[in-house]
Design a protein around this ligand. Structure first.
Ligand code: LUZ
Ligand code: MOS
Length: 746
């Protein structure tokens, strides 16, 4: 992608040439977080210049329903609104500007109903989206009496705005006989297809969804790209015209859900030898006003509640709490980081009480191969390997010594260091979603086209698909084109998510290419009158028993075509051995786990409360990386995004459920000045057979969790300045909170 990116030629939604007569839409969304619609007055808006029509729930021919896991979310509010930003009406006009001008003239009267923004309050009032779930290993009740130290506490983690550079958007173009082609900036083309079909009461085969690439997704377009595509399709259905909607930044921030905030309780028990003997956690997930992906996100919080530690007695319970906020959704890590923060807080609380570094407890409890996760899977662990290599490469003692010396000789600046070991399970936790297909065509001139369900969103998946095809065929990558993700070519796709996209679609591509290659080799054996087993294709040349022939790739492809041998293949892949029984909360849900260890150092300005991240040094478990440039890029991006979540990004909804941090002037994300001064990524390379594509482990989400280290490093720096301060476990650690914990009594 770099070639077209650098030339500004890459095609995003807004770069798709528009058909003559295209109309533009914009949403009128609820200004009130909860209430009954008394009156909706669109009369004046309808008369505005350029306005073509205004649609409401009454105009929906099929179901007014976009809920994915649970059907609990209307596309357009019918009688009630459930969050500020909930779509009520859709204005369609001849221009973007006209549509937005008309929105301002719509009037709504809403009878207010009680507003809940806090998940614990929601739970207290019985507002749960699904029944609570509990993961359990051993028996915590009996374990407490064996513990020498027991600590309890509460933690808060805030949400996070996805802030993909390309905002949400879609473009619906009507086709003959009532069908639609929909261009959507979505991680889940099939979700868009299914929901358009449901809302318009069409069979899915009438809906073609096409995605070239996204300017970022991060989970925000796994489920929530659907709304805008369906709205465009609805308008297009009635008006028989192409309709486009590309959200403005503030519309996007206001109307879409974010990472789930969590409020949690923990209880941790340790032996004198610092072994964690028991751990209990209760998670209150702020789901927002509808289920969206919250039940699945909540499940992943439970899966990652012990992070990378073996704890023999665990009991973790999670509540999916309905509040009057926009439905929160997938965000890189998908509930995992929220669960991992709580165990790290528990360990830190214990370390503080014992006056030892948290790393002593962390290291003594790292998962070993053969240990059992609370959900029954047996670990094939790299946790100690990553930690030990990090120590070898970066010398933890030396780093800590440097921090201590700096702190001894500086009064108004203090440094802090924290280690963050991670463990992340790779596979969709919903087993059935772990499937993918790849369609490979070899054309008679020797060129190759590959279509998969993978969506390119900047993570480099297209490059990996290209590498797979080039490597299996042993042909030059310039001969291969990776096509757009299209529901007419590849059906029933899982979203590009869960870090699993390159594995699932890559292995499907490997199978498709291998099948075609086998046919080509058979043709070569026949034409060259030799045994199949002696034929090899290398760098576009045909070899027999290791000797080059005068046959090349192009000649062989043409020979196969002439013999009427198929040069196309649609392959299906699903990872073997994964299963999960939700009635027992036990199974083997993940194809494998990714491990790693990071060491984060920070410097706090103890007069002003501002800080810098000096360095993040990492040993990451890549398996055997198939593209180190892409994989290190994913690590760097994940780390910065994780640090943003833990330090400066602060989502604020007021008591009325209105988003106050609704623009980039009030919501601070890491920029080039606030990223770590140094990020060093070292690889733990293993050749184990791990179910990853070419043994190159999934890399999308795991590195985000290194960012959690920045939070604990900041705490340590603050405590170096004020050893008696009590710092609540309340992320993000903004400069304001740092300042308050430096001077708690002033
Ligand atoms: N999406 C999903 C995900 O539907 N299921 C998952 O397990 C998951 N995990 C991470 C990110 N997205
Ligand atoms: Mo994601 S949180 O893998 O869409």
């Amino acid at each position: 992608d770099s070639y077209t990116h650098l030339r500004g030629e890459s095609v995003y939604l807004d770069d798709i040439p528009m058909t003559n007569g295209t109309l533009f839409c914009a949403v009128f969304d609820s200004p009130i977080a909860h209430g009954k619609i008394k009156l909706l007055d669109t009369a004046e808006a309808t008369t505005m210049a350029g306005v073509v029509r205004i649609f409401t729930a009454a105009d929906i021919p099929g179901e007014n329903q976009i809920g994915g896991i649970i059907p609990d979310e209307e596309l357009l509010a019918n009688t009630h609104v459930h969050f500020c930003g909930m779509p009520i009406a859709l204005v369609v006009a001849t221009s973007d500007e006209a549509a937005r001008a008309a929105i301002k003239k719509i009037k709504v009267e809403i009878d207010p109903l009680p507003i809940i923004t806090d998940p614990r309050e929601a739970k207290g009032k019985g507002e749960l989206i699904i029944p609570p779930r509990t993961f359990q290993l051993g028996d915590t009740t009996n374990a407490w009496s064996k513990c020498d130290y027991i600590l309890e506490g509460q933690t808060e983690t805030n949400g996070q705005e996805h802030l993909y550079i390309e905002t949400q958007g879609a473009y619906a173009v009507p086709q003959e006989n009532g069908a639609f082609r929909i261009y959507s900036s979505t991680q889940g083309p099939t979700a868009v297809q299914r929901t358009v079909a449901r809302v318009l009461n069409l069979p899915m085969n009438q809906v073609e969804v096409d995605t070239t690439r996204l300017g970022g997704g991060f989970g925000g377009k796994e489920d929530q790209a659907t709304t805008w595509a369906v709205l465009c399709a609805l308008a297009s259905y009635h008006l028989k015209k192409p309709v486009k909607y590309s959200l403005h930044r503030m519309e996007d921030m206001r109307m879409t859900g974010k990472r789930h905030p969590y409020s949690s309780d923990f209880k941790i028990g340790l032996s004198k030898e610092l072994k964690i003997l028991a751990y209990e956690a209760t998670f209150y997930q702020n789901a927002g006003a509808a289920a969206d992906l919250s039940p699945a996100v909540m499940e992943r919080t439970l899966f990652h509640c012990n992070n990378t530690y073996f704890i023999p007695n665990v009991k973790a319970t999670a509540f999916c709490c309905r509040t009057n906020l926009p439905p929160n959704t997938a965000f890189r890590g998908f509930g995992g980081p929220q669960g991992m923060f709580v165990i790290e807080a528990a360990i830190t609380k214990a370390a503080d009480a014992l006056n030892i570094p948290a790393s002593e407890i962390q290291q003594k409890n790292l998962l070993q191969t053969g240990d059992e996760f609370p959900y029954g899977q047996i670990a094939d662990s790299e946790a100690n390997e990553c930690w030990n290599k990090a120590d070898e490469q970066f010398n933890i003692k030396e780093l800590q010594k440097g921090v201590d010396e700096f702190n001894a000789s500086n009064k108004n600046h203090k440094k802090g260091l924290a280690i963050m070991p991670i463990c992340f399970g790779i596979s969709f936790t919903k087993t059935l979603m772990n499937q993918a297909r790849s369609l490979v065509h070899v054309y008679t001139d020797g060129s190759v086209g590959v279509s998969t369900g993978a969506v390119e969103m900047g993570q480099g998946v297209n490059t990996k698909m290209l590498q797979v095809a080039a490597s299996v065929f042993s042909i030059d990558p310039s001969k291969i084109k990776i096509n757009t993700t299209n529901t007419y070519r590849i059906a029933n796709t899982s979203p590009s998510a869960a870090s699993a996209t390159a594995d699932l679609n890559g292995i499907a591509t490997e199978i498709a290419c291998t099948t075609i290659l086998q046919r080509l080799k058979e043709v070569a054996a026949e034409e060259l009158k030799t045994e199949l087993s002696s034929v090899e294709i290398k760098n576009e040349r045909i070899y027999i028993d290791g000797k080059a022939t005068d046959w090349d790739w192009n000649k062989l492809v043409m020979a196969a075509y002439v013999k009427r041998i198929s040069l196309s293949e649609l392959a299906h892949y699903t990872p073997p051995g994964i299963h999960f029984d939700a009635t027992k909360e036990k199974g083997h849900p993940f194809a494998y786990h990714v491990y790693g260890t990071s060491i984060t150092t920070v410097t706090v300005d103890c007069i002003r409360g501002i800080y810098e991240v000096d360095a993040v040094k990492v040993v990451h478990d890549f398996g055997k990386s198939m593209n180190t440039m892409i994989d290190i890029g994913q690590c760097e991006g994940g780390i910065v995004q994780g640090i943003g979540w833990m330090t400066m990004e602060e989502i604020i909804y007021d008591k009325e459920g209105k988003l106050r941090s609704n623009a980039l002037s009030t919501y601070k994300v890491p920029d080039i000045y606030s990223v770590p001064k140094e990020i060093t990524i070292q690889s733990l390379t293993t050749e184990k057979n791990n179910l990853a594509i070419f043994r190159s482990k999934a890399v999308g989400e795991p590195p985000l969790m290194y960012g959690i280290g920045a939070y604990f490093a900041l705490r340590n720096a603050v405590k170096a300045f004020n050893p008696t301060t009590v710092i609540p476990f309340d992320a993000p650690m903004t400069p304001e909170k740092v300042l308050m914990s430096l001077y708690p009594n002033t």
